[in-house]
Design a protein around this ligand. Structure first.
Ligand SMILES: [Zn+2]
Length: 521
């Protein structure tokens, strides 16, 4: 019989931690000694789990946005999340997870998830397939190889019995804190046929129809400033969740997680009100930095069009022209280029550059293309970061995302599945209305100003937009595989017209943004 156990609680530690890098952790294997960075806090040594994996050539996934890190061996997956006291091991061929509870939480430092190495050896042994011994102060010693590789199936019977949760549909919840809000995963063994939610007097009520809940495992108190309390009751054939929210509450959503019976409740805070003082808020959110991202570059030419026209050259030319116009016409706004010459920049770094410079708007410039050259397809498109709606949009995102093949560590990008999109959209939800507005303006202005047709606003999952924590759009300025478009995109005057049209949208957008900020702050 196949049993599914869910791990139940995340203990959330929001305390800011001051840690010092003391030294390295030395990893002693048969092949020699390697060292990775390590930080000491209250006598416990922490190491970045991703660096650990990289150094030992273990396959891993790192989601820079959430801090989630996943290590893969032949038979097992190991998952860690920041600020969690759990390490979860799942056999790749099974669905039964084993949860290792640490005496202390993992934490996030410079976007890296750090684990307390001395308490993590039992879980790591399963992945490295060797015995591990931590020796104070900073040595991790590989012992003998696990005699025969443990297969997922065998191991499943080895799990200590978890308390039975039979009899209930909803067996527990887990809570994850995000910068922009809180995510409550409601774990259910059976499909929840329907649900509805309402908000009244700072209380969010969600009714799950025709299921029951193990309320001892779903009630919580004192969660955060955003969520004060969760009370659950079985009412007749339904379950009622009453979630007391704080004044920081902005919106919430209830979503199904594809492929499971779980439901996720996302509760968003007012991201634009995080600083206390009004003047400071105004400064923090003032429209002072625009980030222009010229697609591709260096060893990555992007699409190749008519007469060998390279996408990377067109995008750079438009980006630089746009930057020049902003510098001249909007002198109080700083222009940041993710690249200003023919160099290769990793996709995730482009968002990082934007965030580090406190950008207020992120504009990624690209050119569309088709396999068939020349093509009849022509026109400009503006893209928002959302699950792709049409096959064509998904294909374009896949093409643009495929440039990660030029990067040293393409594994860092987590596939944008529906579940990941929930996390991503959560991080972007507070900016979405601004991204939408800007996209709409771009479309209208292109339509008005350009001889190139404007094909409208579309949506798909572009990695380059995932990383930028600000309103952001991606523009496909035209088809370089179309003769007319290519001619226009190649010409200095065409590039200038596109840049001018984008600038005119920025001007209108700025007004919209500043009015909205005035109202919100
Ligand atoms: Zn491109």
């Amino acid at each position: 019989m196949k049993k599914i156990f869910y791990f139940i609680a995340f203990i959330i530690s929001l305390t800011r931690i001051n840690a010092q890098q003391v030294e390295n952790l030395f990893i002693v294997t048969e092949k020699g000694t390697k060292s990775i960075s390590a930080w000491q806090r209250e006598g416990i040594l922490y190491v970045p789990i991703a660096e650990f994996a990289q150094t030992l050539s273990i396959n891993f996934y790192e989601n820079a946005a959430t801090g989630k890190v996943e290590l893969k061996s032949n038979y097992f997956l190991l998952k860690t999340t920041p600020r969690s006291p759990y390490i979860i091991i799942t056999p790749r061929s099974g669905s039964v997870s084993k949860v290792y509870q640490l005496p202390t939480s993992t934490y996030l430092r410079n976007d890296e998830t750090l684990i307390p190495i001395q308490f993590s050896t039992d879980a790591l042994e399963i992945i490295v397939e060797h015995e591990l011994k931590f020796e104070k102060p900073n040595k991790l010693i590989f012992g003998k190889k696990n005699s025969s590789p443990i297969e997922g199936k065998q191991w499943m019977y080895d799990i200590p019995d978890l308390p039975p949760t039979t009899g209930y549909d909803i067996t527990g919840i887990s809570i994850t804190e995000k910068v922009n809000g809180t995510l409550i995963s409601v774990h259910s063994k059976s499909r929840i046929p329907s649900y509805f939610s309402s908000l009244k007097d700072d209380e969010l009520t969600i009714i799950f129809r025709k299921v029951n809940a193990d309320v001892q495992k779903t009630n919580r108190g004192e969660i955060s400033d955003l969520i004060h309390k969760i009370d659950t009751r079985n009412v007749g054939p339904d379950v009622e969740f009453k979630i007391k929210v704080g004044s920081n509450y902005s919106t919430s959503e209830v979503m199904n997680v594809d492929g499971t019976n779980d439901v996720i409740i996302t509760i968003h805070n007012k991201v634009f009100s995080q600083t206390d003082n009004n003047q400071k808020k105004k400064e923090k959110w003032s429209f002072d930095v625009v980030v222009i991202d010229a697609g591709h570059g260096g060893k990555d030419p992007g699409a190749i069009g008519i007469d060998n026209l390279k996408e990377k050259d067109v995008t750079l030319a438009i980006a630089l022209k746009l930057g020049e116009i902003i510098k001249k016409e909007m002198q109080d706004v700083k222009v940041i280029y993710t690249r200003s010459n023919d160099t290769f920049i990793d996709l995730y770094k482009r968002g990082k550059i934007a965030n580090e410079n406190d950008g207020k708007l992120f504009i990624s410039i690209h050119c569309n293309s088709t396999k068939k050259k020349p093509t009849d397809a022509s026109g400009a498109e503006v893209y928002l970061l959302r699950p792709g709606r049409t096959e064509e949009a998904i294909e374009i995102a896949e093409t643009e995302n495929s440039v990660i093949k030029y990067e040293d560590n393409p594994q860092r990008y987590e596939k944008l599945t529906d579940e990941n999109f929930i996390l991503v959209s959560m991080a972007h939800s507070s900016y979405m209305k601004y991204s939408e507005k800007f996209a709409e303006l771009l479309h209208k202005d292109f339509d008005l100003n350009l001889k190139i047709e404007s094909r409208g606003v579309k949506q798909a999952g572009f990695y380059v937009l995932v990383g930028a924590s600000m309103p952001s759009v991606l523009i496909e300025t035209g088809f370089i595989s179309n003769k007319e478009d290519a001619k226009f995109l190649k010409s200095a005057s065409g590039q200038k017209q596109i840049a001018e049209s984008i600038f005119s949208s920025i001007k209108t957008y700025r007004k919209f943004y500043e009015d909205a900020m005035d109202a919100e702050l």
